[in-house]
Design a protein around this ligand. Structure first.
Ligand code: FMN
Length: 349
């Protein structure tokens, strides 16, 4: 699997998720089987690049290659500038966001709203490709199926983007107006795949190895992108990779291994976000990790009252130590729900 000249270890991608897929989380997913991860979106508004939030998003120190950065905006020249700026800071692949229904993005006609203005969408693609090509940096595009059900134009837009020089297209199988409701559909993704020569990535509601296999079969896609199902369960990538390769399921991870991954993630998280902010933003990752485990809900309530990293780490370690005594392997939930989380719901228009 290649993006332009860049070879990837496998075809399982971590979806960009604002507020979730910071560098520590991307690194953890890559360590646990993901072949590729894209940063959270970085705005094309130059005046925000120095803000704490954006500068954290621009920090790729220690990230394993390839470093891929998603940019979002509405002005072709500003998007081209954003691409150059990110390449100067280590980006090896630039992804254009036309897939996110976030209100603050769509109100200014960016993200998935751009899909209903094809000339502007294409002008952005051309400008970004124009900025990246001289640096030999491939450009990728993330789409939804269209703005609304009656306007499913992903095939037309993806074709035009391919002609303009885009190296890969990802399609989330929902329209913009759907937000995260209903189920992802895969027919439009299959149509995009059939229409293009560049690699196509299928995205939406992939939450198990069985679903991964079904989506690959239904779409013929070259790769799969997984978002919400990786929250609190980043080892889903190696579970999928193993089952696709061997046809047999990987046993659930040892509880003490999960403890180790989570603690390692927390330390990386605090190092990037600092004590005060890190202890708060780590709560959602811990909550996702324990939500389906015995005693997880009660633990989450207590953990949310802790205000210091050391106390948070100690509580998590004790929770998993106690769990491991009863369950040497991580207990499996009856079914893993793939619902939009609170952050996503807050973002969706
Ligand atoms: C919390 C959250 C934040 C997201 N932020 C972005 C983003 O910054 N850029 C983007 O293109 N998509 C974003 N998405 C959409 C995901 O990349 C993905 O397309 C979507 O969640 C569907 O995949 P899934 O069913 O595997 O979660 C976000 C989704 C969630 C849940």
């Amino acid at each position: 699997m290649k993006i332009g000249p860049i070879e990837l270890p496998n075809n399982l991608f971590v979806a960009p998720m604002a507020g979730v897929t910071d560098r520590p989380f991307r690194q953890l997913c890559k360590r646990l089987g993901a072949g590729y991860a894209v940063s959270e979106m970085v705005t094309s508004k130059r005046e925000l690049w120095a803000s704490l939030k954006t500068s954290r998003r621009l920090d790729h120190s220690g990230e394993s290659a390839p470093v891929a950065v998603q940019i979002a905006g509405v002005e072709p020249a500003a998007m081209a500038d954003a691409a150059r700026y990110n390449i100067d800071r280590g980006a090896q692949i630039i992804d254009i966001n036309m897939g996110c229904p976030a209100k603050k993005v769509c109100n200014v006609f960016a993200g998935s709203a751009l899909m209903s203005n094809e000339p502007l969408a294409l002008a952005i693609v051309e400008a970004v490709v124009g900025a990246c090509a001289p640096r030999n940096v491939p450009v990728t595009l993330k789409l939804r199926t269209g703005r609304r059900e009656s306007e499913r134009n992903a095939v037309a837009l993806a074709r035009a983007a391919e002609r303009a020089g885009v190296a890969l297209v990802t399609v989330h199988g929902r329209t913009r107006t759907q937000g995260f409701s209903g189920s992802a559909e895969y027919d439009t993704i299959a149509a995009v795949k059939a229409a293009l020569r560049i690699p196509v990535v299928a995205n939406g509601d992939i939450d198990s190895p069985a679903k991964a296999r079904a989506v690959l079969r239904a779409t013929g896609a070259d790769a799969l992108m997984i978002g919400r199902a990786a929250q609190g369960r980043p080892w889903i990538f190696r579970e999928i990779a193993h089952e696709l390769a061997t046809g047999t399921p990987l046993p659930p991870p040892a509880t003490m291994a999960v403890r180790g991954w989570l603690l390692e993630h927390l330390h990386d998280h605090y190092a990037l976000h600092g004590e005060a902010s890190g202890v708060r933003s780590a709560r959602k990752h811990i909550g996702w990790a324990v939500r389906a485990l015995p005693g997880g809900e009660a633990f989450r309530a207590v953990m949310n009252t802790l205000d210091h990293c050391a106390a948070q780490v100690e509580a998590v370690a004790m929770f998993f130590d106690a769990l491991a005594l009863r369950h040497p392997r991580l207990p499996q939930p009856a079914s893993v729900a793939c619902a939009a989380n609170d952050d996503a719901l807050a973002l969706v228009a």
